[in-house]
Design a protein around this ligand. Sequence first.
Ligand code: MF3
Ligand code: CO
Ligand code: CO
Length: 248
Amino acid sequence: MIKIKTEKEIELMRESCRIVKETLDFVGRNIHAGMTTKEVDALVYKYITSCGAYPSELGYEGYPASSCVSVNEVVVHGVPSDRVILDGDIVSVDITAEKNGYHGDACRTFLIGNVSEQKRRLVKVTEECFFKAIEGLQAGVPLFDIGHRVQTHAEANGYSVVRALTGHGIGSEMHEDPAVPNYGKAGTGMRLKSGMTICIEPMINMGTYKVNFSREDGWTVTTADGLPAAHYENTVLIKDDGVEILTL
Ligand code: MF3
Ligand code: CO
Ligand code: CO
């Protein structure tokens, strides 16, 4: 069931989304080579809780941390660990914060030190996929146009789009309907409505689109070929005359 948000609910979402954005800015200022992914997670926990919010990934279906910290070949849901971040890594940090009953969700992929031209380009194109997806987006646009635009831009650049995971609606729950795939056929799917809040989150691989789910921790998703992946996400409000990116 898709929940259309009231103006009051949107106000509350703006607040949690602002906290998510500020937390990612804080992480961006502090993340560096030599840190472990657990240390990044500690920064996230500290910042979000200092805002009077809750890092809603913590405990979500048993998830053990406040953030997903995904290095290089880890696509998403990298469980914070003793893995040390190295110079030249790309690290995506995906966080969700809840305040007053509403969630915000966003992800950035950070460049650590001296990153190869190849990986820089992957990160740049992944961000571009998001902005292509929201061009002209507004109430009435078919849902799968989003994925179509992401897929077209990624593949035009020689990359592949992860199929096994999607974006999603968001609000009083972290994951609401509808699923928002990063691939699809233009002109298909339900028509977006004003007051919908969705997470658009391209997950783009340098090589194959295929991924593996960790049997050890039950969460970590890696590329099947071990090549790097990037992830970029914002929470977006659909309006009659456009969109509002709540986590920017
Ligand atoms: N923030 C993630 C998303 O974009 C949710 C991760 S669920 C977790 O949907 F439990 F892995 F944290
Ligand atoms: Co997220
Ligand atoms: Co999300």
